[in-house]
Design a protein. Structure first.
Length: 525
């Protein structure tokens, strides 16, 4: 007994009259009928795998192009390094425009912000730190609110005035947080272990000024009492404990003072500044110590960029050469679904490995790409220096077995970058035409053309519409697959109908035979 598929809404039984397994017979017939469809599916699979291989190559070529673009940047080759004889006193870093040579710097004074601090413990004797202002100082001294005004002159000349009205239910940590929250260029904190309050400007230099005002600058106001007699705010003086601030008086920061290359008493408003392309960060004032700064060429960024380029280039060349030389196994087409069901996972893996091999073997487009890339890097460049070819800076193609792979003599390349970084830069990045064009520019043009050619053949994964050569082929095959599947469905219906007719005829014959037998027996009796 078998179930036919000619009507989705009815259950049909076959073989009752004929005794045949109709499903098995139809299945065998349909397997023969599916052969053209299987060939279409296999052809599509081959094209899709070729598409994947091409796109993998295109991704690598894009990485090579990006690496080549870095060789067209001036800063890649003109890097400088700076070193300090006393890193604890002065830290240095060099820009690409830093002047080569040796410099001396002596730091007499560091730039400082305006700083205030409590010159004694804030918490009264007998009290525990951490309470509110009322709890610490008593309501009769601070009332419900303390008010004071801060006037700040920023380094830019901008003037800011802000009045604080602080509830005495706040703790000292909250007072510091309230000051910081206003973003006035002030930073405050209270340390309960030291039991001191600290306040300073963010900016440094003599141009920065801070003044405090209260409602009654003559004294006796709640604000003045809070700042002077409760917080004990003071400024640094020769007295170790400092001097209490005066309401209305301006307090300024300090400039950095240093000697540079014989020039005495130079000043800067910050401890970090740039002279001659070198950035200096002053860390310690020590008039007795002369710091020596050396600025030299730094070949490492260019060396790293060239090595990255060569690695990416070799990776792309190796992949293309491998695809060109892979053996093609024509006896191993892509597996059909029916074949997969009859094989183990290991057998499928081994089969697919050969089925994917050699799909781009001897491909003319890839041959052209490799030739153009090698041609772009193999010529000379009119640089005006001894470095006119890759070989002259230690980059060679090796023997013919290397198939265009580049190898680097790192020592020779580093020496070239130290001797004449401008000449090496011109070798890669010079603008021009013919022999005047740098190798990185030539290669970039060749890579762009190669990627465009591959995109024309297989399309882009980001494009919603694929009008490439292989894309159109896959589209045509998809249409043929749809037609073949519709034909197979119609063919299957046809076969089941034929067997249905056969069952009907056999049933009728059986009925007639039974009637004749019954009639014959009746007459004999």
């Amino acid at each position: 007994m078998a179930i036919g598929g000619i009507d989705a809404n009815r259950m049909r039984f076959f073989g009752l009259a004929s005794g045949m397994d109709v499903d098995e017979i139809v299945g065998a017939l349909m397997r023969a009928e599916r052969a053209p469809l299987d060939r279409l599916l296999q052809r599509r699979q081959i094209l899709q795998r070729q598409q994947e291989d091409y796109r993998q190559i295109n991704r690598l070529l894009r990485e090579v192009r990006d690496a080549a673009l870095s060789l067209r940047l001036e800063q890649t080759f003109l890097a400088r390094s700076a070193s300090s004889s006393h890193e604890s006193h002065v830290r240095v870093s060099a820009g690409t425009n830093a002047t080569l040579g040796t410099h001396s710097i002596t730091v007499h004074q560091l730039a400082e912000p305006v700083r205030f601090h409590s010159n004694k413990n804030v918490t009264p004797v007998g009290k525990e730190p951490g309470g509110t202002l009322k709890q610490l100082f008593g309501e009769n001294r601070v009332g419900e609110e303390v008010s004071f005004t801060v006037h700040i002159v920023r380094a830019s000349g901008e003037e800011i005035t802000h009045t604080f009205n602080l509830s005495t239910d706040l703790r000292l940590q909250d007072v510091a947080a309230a000051i910081n929250a206003e973003k006035l260029g002030l930073q405050a904190f209270y340390d309960p272990e030291l039991d001191r309050f600290f306040l300073s400007t963010v900016e440094t230099g003599e141009a920065v000024t801070v003044r405090f005002f209260t409602e009654d600058s003559a004294g006796g106001s709640t604000g003045e009492c809070f700042l002077r007699h409760l917080l004990h705010l003071s400024v640094a003086t020769d007295d170790p404990e400092g001097q209490l601030i005066e309401i209305g008086q301006g307090y300024t920061g300090k400039n950095a003072i240093f000697d540079f290359d014989g020039a005495k008493g130079l000043t800067r408003s910050t401890n970090e500044f740039t002279i001659g392309g070198v950035t200096y960060t002053l860390l310690k004032a020590d008039p007795a110590t002369e710091v020596t700064v050396r600025v030299e060429r730094d070949p490492e960024p260019a060396l790293a960029a060239i090595k990255t380029f060569v690695e990416k280039y070799n990776e792309a060349i190796d992949l293309i050469n491998r695809k060109l030389e892979e053996k093609r196994y024509y006896d191993y087409p892509p597996l059909t679904d029916a074949q997969r069901k009859e094989m183990s996972e290991k057998e499928i893996e081994l089969w697919e490995e050969r089925a994917r091999s050699g799909l781009l073997r001897g491909d003319s487009l890839l041959f052209s790409i490799v030739s153009n890339l090698r041609l772009a890097l193999g010529g000379t460049v009119e640089t005006g220096s001894p470095y006119t070819t890759l070989a002259s800076i230690g980059i060679t193609t090796g023997s013919w077995q290397d198939k265009g792979r580049l190898t680097i003599d790192e020592g020779k390349l580093r020496q070239a970058l130290l001797n004449d970084p401008e000449g090496v830069a011109a070798l890669f990045r010079r603008e021009g035409t013919g022999n005047a064009e740098g190798l990185a520019r030539r290669l970039t043009s060749a890579l762009e053309a190669a990627m465009n050619s591959i995109t024309e053949r297989v399309g882009s994964i980001d494009s919603p519409v694929d009008q490439s050569y292989i894309g159109r082929q896959i589209g045509w095959i998809n249409s043929e697959i749809e037609r073949a599947e519709r034909r197979l469905q119609q063919r299957e219906v046809y076969y089941y109908r034929q067997f249905t007719l056969l069952e009907t005829f056999i049933s009728q014959a059986n009925t007639q035979s039974l009637w004749l037998a019954q009639t014959f027996l009746a007459r004999m009796m």
